[in-house]
Every structure is written in structure tokens, then in C-alpha cells.
Design a protein around this ligand. Structure first.
Ligand SMILES: C[S@@+](CC[C@H](N)C(=O)[O-])C[C@H]1O[C@@H](n2cnc3c(N)ncnc32)[C@H](O)[C@@H]1O
Length: 254
């Protein structure tokens, strides 16, 4: 289970894209792929594919799992402002490390986040921010408990927990069932994980599975409750036939 004493032990790590992330001693893992880079990874694996698929939507509700350093949330705001999009966005983000969120006002973020510093400060102080275009709320506590209580219907999920090996409870088929239950009928999910077990857990909960490729980046996964065009589709029935050993992760095994 989670170790409270280790939670505060983190070290700053410089990623190859020049942005800073942290290394968590609690989970024995960095918060981002240091090779892909914190900001680059957020933009290329989560924000850009999501906003390309959902480009027609005037309003979007995003479930950002989990908040961590907030790169995915802040990169979303940065991207919308940079592209001059008028999309109204509500971001809901579970996180159980309150001390981390409270420390973010002084974290050394990339220059791209300079103009959204007031938003970062508000989140760090109040765990909440709202203006005419953006509403951002942190759900403090265990994501397994807070996700089933969400009342809003979600358009986009950024599935960005620590790895399945280090944080398995945020990757099981039961967990994805809870995520699915708060989704709109055409919701999409983005994740860095390309593991067969994770894709199976999503598939068992009604998601079609796709490969997302971006420049200077390892490929990642997009899952969607609707069939998508112009994204590389993976036939999971065929995958199951070819790899009969592959199984989704289960709560009871964690
Ligand atoms: C890989 S980091 C997320 C990185 C983040 N998306 C970002 O862009 O900076 C994973 C985060 O999940 C949080 N976490 C792990 N298990 C959790 C749980 N059960 N409930 C809530 N937060 C959790 C950790 O505290 C950590 O901040």
C-alpha cells in the first residue's frame, strides 16, 4: 500500500526536452519519461491527440489522472491559449499528495508556462481555479474513491498514473470500469502505456484501441468509446487470438 513517510521524498530531474520533473521515492519512478520530456510528453501524448480528435467540441470536460506536477493540466491551458481556441474546458484532477500540489507555486516550470503563472499559483493555494474559459479542480484523496463520486460526464481522460508495475491499482479492469462509468458515450482516453494488459483492461470496458504516433516520441495509446477515423486501429480480438497468455490486471492481484 501507499507509504506516507516516503511521499515527501522527491528529487528534481532534468528531462531531455529541457523541462524539469521529479523522481518519486515512494513509487521509485520519475513523474515523466525523462527521455520524452515532461512538457513534450504532455503535449504530444495527451493534449494534441485529444484536441485533434475533439476539435469540434465547444466545451470539454477532462479527467486528468493524476495531477502530480500538473503538466497535463497546464499544458492543456497553454495549448488552448497558444492556438487561440475558444473551447471552454473543465478539468477535474484527482491527487492524494496535497503537499506536492501546495509546493507547485515555486516549482521551476518551463518558460511556456510563464503566462499562466497566476493559474498555477491559484491551484497551488486553493486547489481550484476558475475564469470564463477554464475551471480546474483538484480532487484531494485517493483516485479510486474520488472517481466514482464524479457527477460530471467526461469527454477526455488523461491516464497518466505511475506505471502499472509501480501503481497497479490505477490500471486494473475494475479501475477502468469506474472510469468508464463517468464517461460520455464518445469519450476518449490517452495514455503512455502500450502494454497488452492495459489495452485489454480498456477493451474489456468498451474502449476501441488505437496507436498514436508523434514526432520524436515513443508511440502511445488512444482509447475511444467510438470508432475513430484517421488513427491507427488495433484489432483487440485478433491480438487476443495471437496472444492467449495476455490478461488484464485485476484488483485482487494488486
Ligand atoms: C506520474 S505522476 C502524474 C504526473 C502528472 N500527470 C503531471 O503531468 O505532472 C502520478 C501521480 O499520481 C499520484 N497518485 C498515485 N496514486 C494515487 C491515488 N491512488 N490517488 C490519487 N493520486 C495518486 C501521485 O501522487 C503522483 O502525483
Amino acid at each position: 500500500m501507499y507509504d506516507e513517510t516516503l511521499r515527501s521524498q522527491k528529487e528534481i530531474v532534468l528531462c531531455e526536452d529541457g523541462t524539469n520533473t521529479l523522481y518519486s521515492k515512494e513509487f521509485d519512478e520519475p513523474y515523466h519519461s525523462t527521455k520524452d520530456g515532461a512538457l513534450h510528453e504532455s503535449l504530444e501524448k495527451h493534449v494534441k491527440p485529444s484536441f485533434t480528435i475533439k476539435k469540434e467540441n465547444e466545451q470539454l470536460t477532462i479527467l486528468d489522472i493524476c495531477f502530480g506536477l500538473g503538466y497535463n493540466t497546464f499544458a492543456t491551458v497553454y495549448y488552448i491559449k497558444q492556438q487561440k481556441l475558444t473551447t471552454k474546458v473543465h478539468i477535474i484532477s484527482p491527487e492524494f499528495d496535497e503537499g506536492l500540489v501546495r509546493s507547485l507555486a515555486t516549482f521551476d516550470y518551463p518558460k511556456e508556462f510563464e503566462s499562466i503563472k497566476p493559474i498555477i499559483q491559484a491551484i497551488s493555494q486553493n486547489l481550484y481555479y476558475e475564469d470564463e474559459q477554464f475551471k480546474i479542480e483538484i480532487l484531494l484523496g485517493d483516485a479510486r474513491k474520488s472517481i466514482p463520486k464524479i457527477k460530471e460526464k467526461i469527454d477526455i481522460i488523461y491516464q497518466d498514473a505511475f506505471s502499472p508495475a509501480h501503481n497497479p491499482l490505477l490500471w486494473t479492469t475494475e479501475y477502468f470500469k469506474d472510469v468508464r462509468a463517468v464517461c460520455k458515450e464518445d469519450a476518449i482516453l490517452t495514455t503512455y502505456s502500450t502494454a497488452a494488459a492495459i489495452r485489454l483492461g480498456l477493451y474489456e470496458n468498451g474502449f476501441y484501441i488505437f496507436i498514436h504516433r508523434a514526432e520524436m516520441m515513443r508511440y502511445s495509446t488512444v482509447a475511444s468509446l467510438n470508432m475513430l477515423e484517421d488513427v491507427e486501429y488495433i484489432d483487440m480480438e485478433l491480438k487476443k487470438q495471437r496472444n492467449t497468455e495476455a490478461k488484464s490486471m485485476k484488483d485482487e492481484e494488486c
